[in-house]
Design a binder for this molecule. Sequence first.
Ligand code: GLN
Length: 484
Amino acid sequence: MHQKTLAELREGLIKREFSSVEVTQHFLERIARLDERFNCFISVTEDAALARAREADKTLAAGGAPALCGLPVAHKDIFCTRGVRTSCGSQMLDNFIPPYDAAVVENFNDAGVVVLGKTNMDEFAMGSSNETSWYGAVKNPWDVRCVPGGSSGGSAAAVAAGMAPGVTATDTGGSIRQPAALCGITGLKPTYGRVSRWGMIAFASSLDQGGPMARSAEDVALLLNAMASFDPRDSTSAERAVPDYTADLSTDLSGLRIGVPREYFDEGLNPATEQVVREALRELESQGAVLKDIDLPHAKLSVPAYYVIAPAEASANLSRFDGVRYGYRCDAPADLPDMFKRSRAEGFGDEVKRRILVGTYCLSAGYYDAYYNKAMQVRRLIKEDFVAAFADVDVVAGPTCPNPAFEFGAKGDNPVAMYLEDIYTIAANLAGLPAMSLPCGFVDNKPVGLQLIGQYFQEARMLNVAHRYQQATSWHRRMPPDID
Ligand code: GLN
């Protein structure tokens, strides 16, 4: 059952080959048995899931069921869920039970899903290895000595290990694509504004975007159909119709122009990863696509620009966690300033504190122009590189990450080395472009991701390329060994 894609599970449910209760029990049983090894879940909502599955079975029997009726999913623990703890991977919110559902959660509920639980993540989505979670690191199902990527590592590893067939995640600088790549699954970050941020705990609001992860591009398209919406409660939500992302999956790739950025095949790219990615590009070429070398001259500035802009926004967003309104409060404060200081000092982990310090510094009166304004200018240049490139190509393709999954602790004492793991993903966030990662092979028995970057609101085009690739290859069907 857990080898099946969401599309296959959906067909089985509609044909009544199995019930939603059976599917849900199967995944709950796997979570109960396997999650001790991988630590993907912060909360498992077993009773609610089974109740919801029973309802779904009635709806399925009655006919006219909504698109995802009875299919189990898990939400990254950054999406507020009414009545269910939403921790954002932090001690700060360990006791936070939201009184409302995030827009994404509402949309999925309307589509009929069964929610299995909430997945582990780097604290406040800050990280590339899932080592910063207050609930402990997530292990990569392909090699438990290695990280699953971050910050959506719990979501990615849950799909890879067959504990959930589809999940939600968020991507501020790569947190959907990088863990998808390291765990050998498919994940998509939509165009900024395509998916509502309402009820999604804010990290860097001008970059944050929710998106789906699953085994296949077809599954990701099914999930995105439900996830995307215009939402007046999010002032940056895009007011445009949501297409059916499954409609053009099979379109022929003949004549499709794929831009291959020279800067994404630089000296920082692992040579074995490069080989695997080039092989994937050749497969697309053999299906009729035309490869064109392109330049993104400012791409190399994306990491430094991001590590000014993202911490600046984070320092503002995280100021609300002060021990007063909700979240962690220190014991026996001497007075109000002591409560603020100690609640934040005790409630946040080191990486979050590092970001708040950097962000506050960059926004301070004396440095605002030198850092924040400069970074915003660089952001514009990066966006203009893509606008120029998309005059000649339909999609951009390259590696998702410079290396396959690395070992725990490998970059622990060197934040800059960790930040460089996102060198190929961050530019799409700065530009607000949609981008995805799909499995395209292995290096040292660890998965490698092919990244696609699309034109604004052209998610369907990327999904088409990914689906055609997956029709011709079986990387997305591989399961990690030693997990039964
Ligand atoms: N790894 C990047 C960071 O630590 C991106 C995280 C994300 O996309 N949420 O900020």
